[in-house]
Write a protein that binds this ligand. Sequence first.
Ligand code: AMP
Ligand code: MG
Length: 484
Amino acid sequence: MSVTFKFDNSYARLPEEFFHKVAPTGLSNPHLVSWNASAAQLLDLELDEQSAPSLLALLSGNELPAGSDPLAAVYAGHQFGQLVPRLGDGRAILLGEVVNRKGERWDLQLKGAGQTRYSRFGDGRAVLRSTIREYLCSEAMHGLGIATTRALCIIGSDEPVARERMETGAMLARLAPSHVRFGSFEYFYYARQHDMLPVLADHVIDRHFKEFARQPDRYAQMFDQVVETTARMLAQWQAVGFAHGVMNSDNMSILGLTIDYGPYGFVEEFDPGYICNHTDEAGRYAFARQPGVGLFNLNCLANALLPLVDAETLKAALMRYEARFTGHFYELMGDKLGVPVNDDEGRAFTDRLLELLYKNRVDYSGFFRELAEVAIADKTPVIDNLFTDQAGFYHWLRDYQNRCEATGVTDAERKAAMNRVNPRYILRNYLAQTAIEKAEQGDFSEVDRLLELLAAPYTERPGFEEYTQPAPEWGKHLEISCSS
Ligand code: AMP
Ligand code: MG
């Protein structure tokens, strides 16, 4: 039985300057590596014996679904601070926009689908390792309540693909309300096709910002929205300890979705200087620099919007970024701590904690789950063993307990509230690495197990204690680079 979709391809109806219409290059001998039933619901898909062969053919690029209109989108970007005036989808192909039963519209994109006009020197492929990394992390972010692209499935193959070593080609089916990037606007600005900027902006507004679609200042409002969603996304990344690794402006979604998972990492032993991307020698995208890079990228976008919005309005929106980021960040930190900290004193108190976690090399995610167990009246809690600076820790803890006491929250209430926002399970690099190594041997069970665990990261699961553990020695210094 062949699987059908209801497509309505609004992006493909834009002027031809926006894309290269190209069909996927199918993978040879495809097989299903992992299927994400929760993402599949977004397309009303079910994997069963009848649908499996058709899904495999469609999602490995070997057959085109009826009604699709495949294309590679063009965009530009600032990569590590340098303008690249034309990038574009070099290995991702948008099959089209699927409208589900609820009337929601989802871009269905195949990543690793072969060469396009924008492949430059690349082979258009993705390897199994990198698709697993994106698959697991995008679902982990979704589980953490952070807006992100979704991952429907991974298809593996026997196709050799050369990276630092020989690997095999794979394809990720990716879903998103939109794949438009900051760099999509930059492309038309630097190509001096300024008449395309309102076409792109109106497309985005019609699709996603209906509430101000008819207003004369809609472009200014769109930019203000992007500032807000970007500030919020960055606050979430910082609060959860996520480092993206390649925050180029072509990897910044116009909807504030976390997109393009490459050499990302979650901070384990807390370190503001954490660099997850081995290739990023200067640490441009180090963990604590991310909020500032968010602003840099918004500046890139603002610049590209100059033909549409006056400079003063753009500047005023940019000026609001920092306060928005900071407000969201301390709101989230208050949630993590189980006590509000979004005032001057509370912010300083939170910063002191981060400093302590850094100096004592404390496991970031683990700390908040353990703090939830500490009673307000407990003057010598066992978590003191995480800190070599005992005086510093107890000084902070007394302030913490006083703050909790002042709010009147009970220990049980605070614990329950904290455990609803502090993940028990995060995607530690060594966990992803273990799943990848098994998958490369043909055993995909660990990918499925992690997917299930990370989709509900707050829920304690008996039998999964080892997944909460900090990295073993071999897993502490894994080198993850851009080559994927
Ligand atoms: P990324 O750093 O993965 O976001 O990719 C940056 C740019 O390089 C984008 O234009 C990608 O489409 C392109 N690219 C990355 N890997 C490949 C590849 N294997 N083949 C062709 N293009 C690629
Ligand atoms: Mg990218």
